[in-house]
Design a protein around this ligand. Structure first.
Ligand SMILES: [Zn+2]
Length: 511
């Protein structure tokens, strides 16, 4: 049996549909491009029938991403399958991913269908999907709680109908490794045509066992693992891609498997996802957490310095973490900045460099040393993709323990400069109210967080906001050593996005 494990990334589908992880179409494409650099085998780009936005994103990703298979999710009904196919038919490699619950629990309470009906639906849907798309994957939702005899019947019938990948998910995160592995072993022993399909796992982390269950699955014949960056996903999330990839790589001698993942792209991928969604990973998260490679205890530090293998089972470099601390200061030029970005793996266009340099100078003015983390944060601030209708020129806050905070904001709109002031419950609130007075656009702040991205009292704070304009949520983020200026800039980014999408919509209506 082949020892290669196929990585099926569902960050953009299972991950994106979880609370706090939504992305707009440009953000999804950016993440898909990074997944391509990471060399995942399959990108599940979305659930096209779910919304127009989802459909458009899957379609765009199918057109732009050439190296990975693009999968679209569909229920076992014609409308879903047609919509999924419409979205992915432009892809170089495409796959329709069908799912239908097979556990008695789901049949009785959710589908209200008999086992025979479900079996018929599944077979019909696989045949229909196969008549459109070369590659069809079938998922038995809630497989880990499905009667094993019935599960084997469904697997055999769907393979006969044309499914070349069969996924048996632990949808509710209930299985333990031994049991989940045994399910695959039994299916392989009992389903006569099982060699015509690749078996796939899909694990949820409700009991913190998603990665362990996935490993147990591959030890029992699974060759495709479904997972997400940073382990995002429904409820407690999915199996984490980076943990699976590094477990397979680090324990190659014991497990004997390999993936196609370029592990040096892991850290960048994780950071990109965090900055796009505002959902940060905890400091002690395996592989990509801030502390994952930090040896604090003196005895450990001493050991690592003498020989890294004393306490380090993998190197930070192997997942793409570069440990150069001091890099640039206020006297560094544009060229040095471009060079440093190139070393970090970012190719900047002239526009992007121009934008980054402007922010870099502001930051370098305020702190002595600019770290790699700072440079990455800069890159995440106001990309050139969104047209900047309003630009922050100045912000001044008067605040105190017994004083109602007042913010004075100066914005640039075209060649116009507009100044106004407002009071608020806090300095951030006051500045947002001042922006509202100037722009006349009312937004509702639904999420606000600040994270320090580098070390020391002059560290850069990365502000992330989610603001609702006309019922639609927009993300904004900004990095600054001044958290109030950062907060204003992040809010303006969300506002500029809202204005840009309004303009785009109006343009479409005119056509
Ligand atoms: Zn799932």
């Amino acid at each position: 049996m082949e020892n290669r494990i196929y990585i099926f990334d569902t960050t953009l589908r299972d991950g994106e549909q979880s609370p706090g992880c939504s992305m707009n179409i440009e953000e999804k494409l950016r993440l898909a491009r990074q997944l391509q650099l990471l060399c995942v085998d399959v990108i599940e780009a979305g659930f096209p029938i779910a919304s127009v936005g989802d459909f458009e994103a899957v379609k765009l990703i199918s057109e732009k991403i050439k190296k990975c298979t693009i999968a679209a999710l569909a229920r076992t009904v014609k409308l879903d399958i047609d919509r999924a196919w419409e979205a992915i038919q432009g892809a170089v490699k495409s796959r329709i991913h069908l799912f239908l619950a097979t556990s008695d629990l789901h049949l009785k309470y959710k589908l209200k269908k008999s086992r025979e009906q479900v079996l018929q639906d599944a077979v019909w849907a696989v045949k229909y999907a196969k008549s459109l798309c070369q590659e069809v994957e079938f998922s038995c939702e809630d497989a880990s709680r499905t009667d094993i005899d019935y599960l084997c019947t469904v697997v055999e019938a769907t393979i006969d109908a044309g499914a070349s990948i069969v996924n048996l998910p632990d949808t509710v995160g209930y299985a333990i490794p031994d049991e989940y592995g045994a399910m695959f072993r039994m299916v392989r022993e009992r389903v006569p045509n099982i060699n015509k399909a690749i078996l796939s796992s899909h694990c949820h982390n409700d009991l913190g066992l998603a990665v362990a269950n996935s490993i147990a699955a591959i030890q029992n014949g699974v060759r495709q693992v479904e997972c997400t960056l940073n382990g995002i996903g429904e409820r407690a999330g999915n199996a984490s891609l980076e943990e699976i990839a590094m477990a397979i790589k680090t324990r190659h001698e014991k497990l004997g498997f390999k993936t196609n993942i370029d592990t040096e792209e892991i850290y960048k991928s994780s950071k990109l996802l965090s900055s796009l969604t505002g959902m940060m990973v905890q400091r002690n998260k395996a592989i990509v957490g801030a502390n994952a490679f930090a040896h604090e205890a003196g005895i450990h530090q001493d050991g690592v310095l003498k020989s890294p293998i004393t306490y380090e089972i993998m190197t930070p470099q192997s997942v793409g973490i570069k440990h150069t601390m001091l890099v640039l200061g206020k006297h560094s030029g544009r060229h040095a900045l471009k060079q440093r970005y190139a070393e970090l793996g970012y190719k900047l266009s002239d526009d992007e460099l121009q934008h980054a340099y402007k922010l870099f100078c502001e930051i370098a003015d305020q702190k002595k040393e600019v770290f790699d983390e700072d440079l990455e944060a800069i890159l995440e601030t106001g990309t050139s993709e969104t047209e900047e209708v309003y630009h922050l020129l100045n912000i001044q806050i008067v605040s105190g323990t017994n004083l109602r905070p007042t913010a004075t904001i100066e914005l640039q709109q075209g060649d116009q400069t507009i100044v106004d002031s407002a009071t608020g419950d806090g300095p951030v609130d006051a500045s947002y109210k001042a922006i509202e007075r100037i722009t006349g656009v009312v937004g509702k702040l639904t999420e606000y967080s600040i994270k320090s991205v580098s070390l020391g009292h002059d560290a850069i704070g990365e502000v992330f906001v989610r603001v609702e304009f006309d019922g639609v949520q927009y993300n904004g983020r900004a990095a600054s050593t001044d958290i109030l200026a950062g907060s204003a800039r992040a809010y303006l980014e969300a506002l500029n996005r809202a204005l840009a999408s309004k303009k785009r919509k109006e343009g479409q209506q005119k056509k």
